[in-house]
Design a protein around this ligand. Structure first.
Ligand SMILES: O=P(O)(O)O[C@H]1O[C@H](CO)[C@@H](O)[C@H]1O
Ligand SMILES: O=c1cc[nH]c(=O)[nH]1
Length: 235
């Protein structure tokens, strides 16, 4: 057991999906995994292990924002020897052509978080996806005719920005969408030489105000879950 995860050694698979929402973790486990069991209820941050296409896979909620997600990611790696990690999250579009329910596969993540500057003595690290996972996810999306976008995303420490146009400069530089965790996932995975990827579903548009419901974010992002699971397993 680690500080925030109550699983016994061996109960967590070395391949894991990481939704921010713990109830999305529950939904993914109940919908896509066979023989799934819950290994963590500490703080209601649910984690499950089961089988997908006969292979062991886990899914763990990480909460919202880099401080929360980074705790789970470090413990999964240090205490449970997880090797491949795919975040499956919701995101707000910053581009006109990136619309509600589109999939975004994150090549890289810009951020306003101090997480990397604290680690790198004030310099900017460039958090980057693992190439093998990235390529595989793109191939899977193409094979299933799933509309996707690939590019830079923005991991923000602010959900409700005070300044109007706060994200305009990022949109201008072709950042596709905003979410709150991918930059830390890529940085931590790089530290340990492990594989990480962020697959996002557009839940809101910062361009026109369109948005999905809380229930949609919890239970309806099926394509993202399937791309994530098929990318994780050995085929
Ligand atoms: O839907 P999840 O995975 O939680 O991701 C996004 O949603 C939360 C904000 O509503 C943040 O965690 C953000 O990154
Ligand atoms: O606008 C959004 C939507 C989801 N997640 C975010 O961080 N921002």
């Amino acid at each position: 057991m680690s500080i925030h995860i109550s699983a016994k050694k061996g109960e967590i698979a070395d391949k894991i999906l990481l939704p921010g929402d713990p109830l999305r973790a529950k939904w993914i486990a109940e919908t896509f995994l066979d023989n799934a069991f819950c290994y963590n209820e500490v703080r209601n941050m649910f984690g499950y292990t089961g089988e997908y296409k006969g292979q062991r896979v886990s899914v763990q909620g990480t909460g919202m924002g880099i401080p929360s997600a980074s705790i789970y990611i470090e413990e999964l790696i240090n205490d449970y020897e997880v090797k491949s990690l795919i975040r499956v999250g919701s995101a707000g579009s910053l581009q006109k052509n990136v619309t509600l329910r589109d999939i975004v596969i994150a090549m890289s993540a810009s951020t306003n978080s101090s997480f990397n500057r604290l680690k790198f003595n004030g310099s900017d690290y460039a958090p980057t996806a693992n190439f093998e996972l990235f390529k595989k996810a793109i191939d899977i999306a193409k094979t299933h005719n799933i509309k996707y976008h690939a590019g830079n995303v923005f991991s923000s420490d602010i959900f409700y920005a005070d300044q109007k146009g706060y994200y305009d400069i990022w949109a201008k530089y072709n950042v596709l969408c905003v979410e709150m965790e991918v930059a830390a996932l890529y940085t931590i995975a790089a530290k340990f030489g492990l594989q990480a990827l962020g697959i996002l579903t557009i839940s809101d548009s910062l361009i026109n105000g369109a948005h999905t419901s809380a229930e949609d974010r919890e239970k309806s992002f099926k394509e993202m879950a399937l791309i994530g699971l098929d990318t994780l397993i050995n085929e």
